[in-house]
Design a protein around this ligand. Sequence first.
Ligand code: ADP
Length: 624
Amino acid sequence: MTKLNETGASNRQGASRQGSIGRAVGLIIKEVPALFPVTVFLAVFEAASPYIGLFLSSEIVTELSEKNREKEHLFFLAILLVTLNLVVNLLRAFLNQLQDVLKYKKMKLLEKSIAEKSWKMDYETTCDPRVHEKRNMMPHWGYDHGIVALAQQVSDFLCASFVIIISIVLVIEFFGARARGEGTIAGLLNHWMFPVVFILLFSLSAAYSIWSAAQVQKVTYQASKDKEKPNNLAVSIFESCCAEYQRGKDVRMFKAQGILQKKLADLYEHITQIQEKASRFARKRMALANLCSNLFNLFVYLCVGLKAIYGAFGAGSLIKYTGMVIQMGGGVEKLCNTVREFFQNKKYLDDYFEYLDMENQTAEGTLPVTDKIRQDYELEFRNVTFTYPGVESPSLSQVCCKLKKGEKVAIVGRNGSGKTTFIKLLCRLYDPQEGEILLNGTDIKKYRYEDYLEFFSTVFQDFSIFAFQLGENVAAESAYEEESVIRALENAGFGERLKTLPEGLHTQLYKYFYEEGVELSGGEEQKTAIARCLYKDAPYAILDEPTAALDPVAEADIYQRMNQFIQGKGAIYISHRLSSCHFCQRIMVMDGGKLVETGTHEELLATEGLYHKLWHAQAKYYQS
Ligand code: ADP
């Protein structure tokens, strides 16, 4: 079905890859339109916040150092400083909170889109371990990467840009302020080389900080990639084997705690080692970068101090100019880091859109499965050969057969002979590599997939009962017709048990979500799954050994009962117990992926082939 390349991505993704940033921005604007405006306002206030303190403190110190200081003006400046700081900080806190809510909303929409894609994806694709890994990774982006982080990067970019613009204006003012006097120092401070040396040192210090941060980020990114696999493994061991109560039985009976603990300890040790290595590297690099920027700050204090001493500006401006250089350094660093993160984040966006863009081959069919087809149909396997991905030998070889309207067919054979694979292909969970499967003479690939699935009602060997209410499980939806659900449950042999459930159809199954949830036995689960199959009321029913946990007599009973309730419909019964199926009009015997015999029970016994051999081998167990 979906063809995957080396990275587990589908073939037709190249075109959308270029536009992942544009698409991410588009999604934010569409789904959470308030996020960008809030981000811009927040960036403005974040950028303005330190300058309010710098400008007004500078004005206050200037006023204080004046001989004829005006008390009213001083008082006004102090009040203005406190009020502006208060207002800006309140607005920042409010916008920050609003931004968090919007980011959270986007995060949930992101998770929803991943879940929806996973449900709609071709079944075969979901079985690919590379796709599995990709999907597991995505929810772990959290707020740090991907679309949500993009909003933060826009905010950081704008904030850094505003800071740099304000600082450049102040730097020009600083260079323009001339030192007074004729001495060497005043000469040096006024020399045209002074701004050049100043900017050169500033650039060197900023470049070193940016380079160090880039190195640290590279190592951190690699470490987080290296940790992903052991982390996922540790989480799944923890969740499925330690925290999930249903597996607790086996864990206790087989004393598996030891092996689980050892596996977890090994994984945690491995994760810690990766983390420690990255942290050591980061500490060293950042210590050197800090030293470097502090040396530059020392130089700035010296220059600004000397200019003040040599009368270029008053004591108040000293605060303003030293603050401005530090702000500018931070701004440039932030801008460069944000741009780098922005491009690095593109990888996460590409991953996300690659996942969403994986195309379903099942989506290509357009023909409707009309009511006429549902009432009068013939299914045919024509020379069908199928090999599971990553496996060498085929599980089905050159299978040819027809399934006629209303016919009850049994598929029997030893374990591993290809019975379930036959069903998976019939239900289009996989497509055959060779041959065709036809519905009324048309390749099933040409039918609308949703319509085609509606044609079958199945109970798989490994069916799933969900931790929902009983009625919801049978109807597979929340709104259902109670009478039909009860009838289906009764027909599946669940009637007596239903009477004992205090909440009836509304009984919550399992204890995952509710303490009062009811646990079902293996047999009751099977009956629920069969009721779901009956409720769907599709033209064709398939029972793929869902009764394996029942004894042969109970299995035969359920199959016979099913047979009564699906009168007029086509059905396939699978069992490795031949006695359960001999009521069927036709029995197909599979062996080693091939359809080796076909006929009625009597015909097959008479031919003395594999069926005859298996029948007599099993019969001795049931003689009494
Ligand atoms: P049956 O239903 O008759 O017991 P199956 O159809 O389940 O047999 O399996 C037929 C063969 O295909 C077996 O050899 C089995 O190991 C193999 N097989 C089944 N499912 C897969 C899979 N998902 N990937 C690879 N091989 C598989």
